[in-house]
Ligand binder design. Structure first.
Ligand SMILES: Cc1cc2nc3c(=O)[nH]c(=O)nc-3n(C[C@H](O)[C@H](O)[C@H](O)COP(=O)(O)OP(=O)(O)OC[C@H]3O[C@@H](n4cnc5c(N)ncnc54)[C@H](O)[C@@H]3O)c2cc1C
Length: 343
């Protein structure tokens, strides 16, 4: 049951000058190979809904290339400028480096809004940006009601808060699954502009040491149009893979997991779906041996079609499922794979 709540965020004292223009600064994330991260295209849609001219900002060693990709791949008449910094120091989007730059840009009276996706990068940067500007960010919004009123889920998605923000600048992160990606096409009129260097002492001196990446040919969980998820019922890593991989292969789906599956070592924690994992809304979500705990539902209940396979007829997951298959996953899933292959 959804309830509407209303909160007010007080006006911050930092910006005393009146805003000359209202523009929206929108952070466009790129992947390691310089491609646009899909959730940023959803952020651009949200920015366009605010109705103001949009300046996109792209950072890191691929910034200029990505700016040209953006111009030639999206149709967004509000997008007037793309600010770039090809500085390698912005690679990996360390908040100690990125947030001060955003803060510097946002001190310009021109900007009334800052929009980014509620991705891992967005979630890491926004609190620091809010602290630097003494502004309260509004996280994970799912709807723009007007330029200062937004809806966002709270209590693991069990209530929707309507938040009205009277701050002169609104720092917003958007839930990508709640906004369509911006229309494909081209925006030739957008100008690309290099960001002026800012004082080095503005940045905290941190260094990127390294990372361990999970390599997979599979569709990425956050953007896959089909997701197959396994729960505790799949016993161990070997069984998890034995049951899920053939179904994911035949459906060309991404693989997800419950927290119980992750905590028991069945798979990497980057696959966790839910309140403390990823929020997904694919066209098809198949939940196998998943009870449907509220924290899991928070991450998948907006999927277009939900199929649940569970041997307990009382499992809460059946309450949100469009198709409920009551049975033993060890029998049902291989049979499903066999039938799908025949089709
Ligand atoms: C603060 C907090 C945050 C959390 N965040 C998340 C989160 O982000 N994501 C998340 O998933 N959880 C999260 N949890 C944990 C959540 O509460 C549940 O514990 C978890 O989702 C349960 O995972 P599960 O469904 O795999 O396991 P269980 O609840 O144990 O369910 C297993 C299901 O498998 C069924 N089953 C058993 N054997 C078979 C079989 N042979 N065939 C078919 N079905 C079978 C059972 O009937 C049961 O319904 C969080 C909890 C807390 C407190």
């Amino acid at each position: 049951m959804l309830r509407a709540l209303r909160f007010q965020i007080p006006t911050a004292k930092l910006f005393t000058k009146s805003q000359r223009f209202a523009s929206t600064l929108t952070f466009i994330e790129t992947s390691k190979d310089g491609n646009l991260v899909s959730s940023s295209l959803n952020a651009l849609t949200a920015a366009a809904q605010l109705g103001n001219p949009i300046h996109a900002v792209i950072l890191g060693s691929h910034a200029s290339t990505a700016a040209n990709i953006l111009k030639s791949s999206v149709q967004c008449e509000k997008l007037t400028k793309i600010l770039v910094s090809d500085n390698i120091g912005f690679d990996h989007y360390l908040p100690e480096k990125v947030a001060p730059l955003f803060a510097h840009l946002l001190k310009n009276d021109e900007y009334s809004h800052f929009v980014s996706a509620s991705s891992t990068v967005g979630k890491t940067n926004l609190p620091r940006l809010g602290a630097l500007l003494d502004l309260q960010p509004i996280n994970d919004i799912i709807k723009i009601l007007d330029s200062r009123t937004f809806s966002r889920p709270i209590y693991a998605g069990n209530a929707i808060a309507t938040v009205q923000c009277s701050q002169p600048k609104k720092l917003i992160s958007i839930r990508a699954s709640a906004f369509e990606p911006i229309t494909q096409g081209s925006t030739d009129s957008a100008v690309i502009e290099e960001i002026q260097q800012i004082e080095p002492e503005t940045f905290i001196d941190v260094k990127w040491e390294g990372e361990t990446l999970m390599k997979s040919e599979r569709p990425e969980l956050g953007s896959a149009s089909r997701v197959v998820t396994g729960g505790r019922a799949l016993k161990d890593k070997e069984t998890f893979e034995k049951i899920l991989v053939p179904l994911a292969d035949v459906l060309n789906a991404g693989i997800g997991a419950t927290r119980a599956a992750v905590d028991n070592g069945f798979c990497d924690n980057s696959l966790q779906v839910g309140q403390t994992g990823k929020v997904v809304a694919p066209d098809l979500y198949v939940a196998i041996g998943v009870s449907g705990a509220i924290q899991h539902l928070a991450g998948m209940k907006d999927s277009k079609v939900i199929v649940a396979i569970n041997n307990d007829p009382e499992a809460p997951v059946f309450k949100v499922a469009d198709y409920s298959l009551e049975g033993d996953a060890y029998e049902v899933v291989p049979e499903l794979v066999r039938r799908l292959k025949e089709m």
